[in-house]
Design a protein around this ligand. Structure first.
Ligand code: FE
Ligand code: FE
Ligand code: MG
Length: 171
């Protein structure tokens, strides 16, 4: 544990930061797996574009899990050791794909990103001017989650518009 490094944390319990980071860590693993499996089972129109986005996001979520785990260790904590704890500690839950259609999968993924944005915004607010290292880390992750939501929403809108155009042309 970084002794002087952690002495610069002001007005926050280190244990509280570790707890919040472990909950975010659970979210990242579940998001990683959700993207991974969505990219495998997805079906329908323009699915290749969706698979490219889902695969890229899966890699980003795994990178986030790595970043969060390293910060938990720096703070003297232990990242969750058992996958069963992911479901117990998660903020955003796990949305198993039910309908494998592209649009429905993108909608599930957008909901997940919106939850991630809310979760990281809360940690950003809490750590601002108090734990600058965690603040910087969660700010970087938050920027990625905002980009994820935007990418998925743009793709979702392109696909639904394309489908509407086809329907119009068939009338
Ligand atoms: Fe993430
Ligand atoms: Fe994300
Ligand atoms: Mg993307």
């Amino acid at each position: 544990m970084a002794r002087v490094g952690n002495s610069i944390i002001k007005g926050l319990e280190v244990g509280e930061i570790i707890t919040l980071l472990n909950k975010a860590y659970a979210d990242e693993w579940l998001a990683y797996y959700q993207y991974f499996i969505e990219g495998k089972v997805i079906k329908g129109i323009m699915k290749d574009a969706a698979i490219a986005e889902l695969t890229q996001h899966a890699a980003d979520e795994l990178r986030h899990a790595n970043m969060v785990a390293d910060r938990i260790l720096q703070l003297g904590g232990t990242p969750l050791l058992h996958p069963k704890e992911w479901l117990e500690q998660t903020n955003c839950g796990y949305d198993a794909p039910k309908d494998f259609d592209v649009v429905s999968i993108l909608e599930d993924a957008i909901k997940g990103e919106q939850c991630a944005i809310r979760t990281y915004s809360d940690i950003v607010e809490l750590t601002r001017n108090k734990d600058i290292v965690t603040y910087d880390l969660v700010s970087q992750i938050l920027a990625d989650e905002v980009e994820h939501e935007e990418d998925l929403q743009a793709l979702h809108d392109d696909i639904t518009e394309f489908v509407e155009d086809i329907k119009k042309n068939l009338q």
